[in-house]
Design a protein around this ligand. Structure first.
Ligand code: AMP
Ligand code: ZN
Length: 107
């Protein structure tokens, strides 16, 4: 989607500090970290929020969830981490491209 900030990051039109990438997803450092490690994990497919998922997205969402602990571990969060998905205006979502916050303090 041309006016989506995170689609622009995926396309390389806006720089990011990538920590993981494969065919389905991208993970990069949050620009305003609220924890010593704060990573955003996004699907490369533009999905606005959890409210916009369809059953076609089940496998993709499974891949994202399986990647979360790996990305956390690889970024120093071997002792555990927090995850957050803000959904919709009422959920405090600011960027309408589905993203999983992965946050923690390296142990
Ligand atoms: P949310 O409130 O869940 O939509 O979170 C959006 C997140 O995107 C916030 O934590 C922002 O700090 C982060 N963010 C916004 N712009 C960028 C950017 N260009 N690069 C990395 N993170 C960003
Ligand atoms: Zn997008």
């Amino acid at each position: 989607m041309s006016d989506c900030l995170f689609c622009k990051i995926i396309a390389g039109d806006i720089p990011s500090q990538k920590v993981y990438e494969d065919a389905d997803m991208l993970a990069f450092k949050d620009i305003r970290p609220s924890a010593p490690v704060h990573i955003l994990l996004i699907p490369k497919k533009h999905i606005a929020s959890l409210q916009d998922l369809s059953s076609d997205d089940a496998a993709l969402m499974g891949k994202l969830m399986l990647a979360v602990p790996k990305i956390a571990y690889d970024n120093g969060l071997s002792n555990g981490f927090k995850t957050q998905i803000n959904t919709g205006v009422g959920g405090g979502q600011e960027v309408f491209h589905l993203h999983i916050h992965i946050m923690g303090r390296p142990s």
